[in-house]
Design a protein around this ligand. Structure first.
Ligand SMILES: [Zn+2]
Ligand SMILES: [Zn+2]
Length: 152
């Protein structure tokens, strides 16, 4: 999906979001630089930035040394692009990071600091897949027989 041209309104705090351009990726990321520091990624954009080896200097430049409003991260949010209700999802089994996803347009909203946390977990896609597998295997082996029969 192409970048949206209109100014987006932050789904967390209602401020106007700023479009921050990356030469390297040739895309804009919408960042709530005047409000809560949250950021919105269009469909698939987040994939380009969620691992530690990927370059996000243009994002950091936009948020560094700024004070951001605190927001209630548990609140339900509405997609700033298509107005669908966004769904909260954990990005991993540890449940540490909860992102808001729009199943209608594929957009993702991250609260301030979540991108950094997300990236600090894995350096590469392979590492992520490996870790995910490990935890999945462990969860399976910890399940009791009755839990397994519930699934079947
Ligand atoms: Zn905001
Ligand atoms: Zn949407």
């Amino acid at each position: 999906m192409a970048d949206t041209k209109e100014t987006l309104i932050c789904p967390a705090c209602g401020s106007e979001m700023e479009k921050v351009y990356s030469n390297e990726h040739d895309i804009y990321v919408d960042i709530c630089t005047k409000g809560c520091g949250g950021m919105f990624f269009d469909n698939r954009e987040l994939k380009k930035f969620d691992e530690g080896k990927e370059n996000i200097n243009f994002i950091l430049a936009a948020i560094n040394n700024k004070e951001f409003k605190r927001v209630d991260t548990t609140k339900q949010r509405t997609c700033p692009v298509c107005s669908a209700i966004m769904v909260k999802n954990h990005t991993d089994f540890s449940g540490e990071i909860e992102i808001d996803e729009c199943y209608s347009c594929g957009g993702v909203f991250l609260d301030n600091g979540e991108l950094i946390k997300l990236r600090s977990q894995y350096e590469t896609e392979e590492e992520r897949a490996k870790k995910f597998n490990e935890i999945f295997q462990r969860k399976c082996s910890e399940m009791t027989d009755s839990e397994i029969s519930d699934i079947n």
